[in-house]
Write a protein that binds this ligand. Structure first.
Ligand code: SF4
Length: 446
């Protein structure tokens, strides 16, 4: 150890589930008496929390391992731990190209960190903990949660794993079968968060619409939302991600009826071509997606809808891609996360025939981004002059005379103000649109 108080850092990027895992690791380490530091250079223990959702984060993790190899050569006492989806997927194979790694931790083994670290510091063992839980007949096992640090906004996982096996995705392999947390545990975690000053929660899961499946007590996602809406002190409830095939009328009704549930739905469509959707194993057609969206927009009129789009999937023809462009024109998403397909080892899509070349995939991605950016700009422009409720989250990083927060529709709003506004709800008029949201001014009637 290089100081009297042992130190750790978590190097992380990737999805929100990954972010939540990083927070759990940090909470555990703090409880063990370690102090968090910003850089691996100052740390006694480095956690590399990896993501396998796309090839790029995996490449980044491997290049970080190269940097950690040098650090470990300079300081052999440094403990290097690899966790997250890449750790789960690659397991012991990581040691074939990074033999210096002390600890490989699977996605369901974070709670074992104290015991694993103890073994390493005592014996300098090289250890792996990679068991994924099995779904028991009567009660699924879910990870043990650690007490959170107080914060204004928090992610709260409500379920883990996924049973959908979309052809391009590793999650069912890296996070195991779908398991829902007991509702009482979720409510208790949210109540504790409120006690620490939290006002907004985002419920997390790979397919939150399916919450409750397999639990002994009969329950479902709308029921959870109704119960959370009754928790005093919580002011906003968000959730992600929703699978279109599981967007029920009951959930749409809950979104319309519950004042704390924000008017925003992230509903990944991925493609506008039914042939591609079938090869992706998404289990809906573009017409079914549009039908669900029409019902949603008729019931919750001011809702913002965002999506994920994946272009260049194996076998995607020009006509398939044009169907995606047409769907994007028709739906007019508020925003989209857009990606070019990259084959991930271990997924069905990686071995499919008719893989497209990089130039074709990237040309299609650029065309799609151009279209979606135009639509986002048009939607934001059409909302000029409207007044939005903003939960002020902090001072703008770019301009210290401004504060920043999100609308209920999940758009960024920056406006003149100071740190005294942090944590307050402020009515703000949108005065200048941007692709990322709005510049605004506080409404005098706030
Ligand atoms: S729904 Fe599909 S894309 Fe989402 S986590 Fe499950 S398998 Fe992956």
């Amino acid at each position: 150890m290089n100081s009297t108080v042992p130190t750790f850092t978590v190097l992380t990027w990737g999805c929100q589930m990954n972010e939540d895992d990083s927070e759990q690791i940090a909470s555990l380490m703090t409880r063990l008496g370690y102090q968090r530091v910003a850089s691996a250079l100052e740390a006694d223990v480095v956690f590399l929390n990896t993501c396998s959702v796309r090839a790029k984060p995996e490449h980044k993790a491997k290049s970080k391992l190269g940097e950690l190899r040098i650090l470990k050569q300079q300081n052999p006492d440094l403990i290097v731990a690899v966790c997250g989806c890449m750790a789960q997927k690659e397991g012991e194979r990581i040691r074939s190209y990074a033999p210096f790694v002390d600890l490989i931790i699977g996605t369901a083994n974070i709670h074992q960190i104290p015991g694993l670290l103890h073994r390493i510091t005592e014996n300098r063992d090289r250890i792996s903990a990679l068991e994924l839980p099995r779904v028991e007949d009567d009660e699924p096992t879910v990870p043990i949660r650690v007490e959170r640090t107080p914060r204004l906004k928090a992610f709260v996982p409500i379920m883990y794993g996924c049973d959908n096996f979309c052809a391009y995705c590793v999650v069912p392999f890296t996070r195991g079968p779908e398991r829902s947390r007991p509702m009482a545990d979720i409510l208790a975690e949210v109540e504790r968060l409120v006690g620490g000053g939290c006002k907004e929660v985002t419920l997390l899961g790979q397919n939150v619409n399916n919450y409750g499946q397999g639990r002994r007590e009969p329950t479902d996602f709308p029921t959870l939302l109704y119960r959370l809406n009754d928790v005093p002190g919580i002011e906003r409830i968000r959730f992600t991600t929703s699978h279109p095939k599981d967007l029920s009328d009951g959930l749409i009704r809950a979104m319309a009826e519950l004042p704390k549930v924000c008017e925003h739905l992230h509903l990944p469509v991925q493609s506008g071509s039914d042939a591609v959707l079938a090869r992706m194993n998404r289990r809906y057609t573009s017409a079914q997606y549009l039908q669900r969206l029409t019902k949603l927009r008729d019931t919750v009129p001011d809702i913002a809808v965002t999506t994920d789009l994946l272009v260049g999937f194996p076998g995607e023809t020009d006509e398939d891609f044009e169907a995606t462009l047409r769907l994007v024109e028709e739906v007019r998403f508020d925003e989209a996360f857009m990606f070019a397909f990259s084959p991930m080892s271990g997924t069905a899509a990686a071995d499919m025939p008719d893989q497209l070349s990089d130039p074709v995939r990237h040309e299609r991605l650029l065309l799609l981004i151009e279209l979606q950016n135009r639509i986002t700009a048009e939607i934001n422009h059409s909302q000029l002059g409207m007044i939005f409720e903003i939960l002020v989250e902090g001072v703008s990083r770019r301009d210290s005379t401004k504060v920043t927060g999100l609308t209920r529709t999940n758009k960024t709003m920056n406006f003149t103000g100071d740190a005294g506004l942090i944590g307050l709800m402020v009515s703000v008029r949108a005065v200048k649109p941007h692709i990322w949201g709005f510049m605004g001014e506080a409404d005098s009637g706030r």
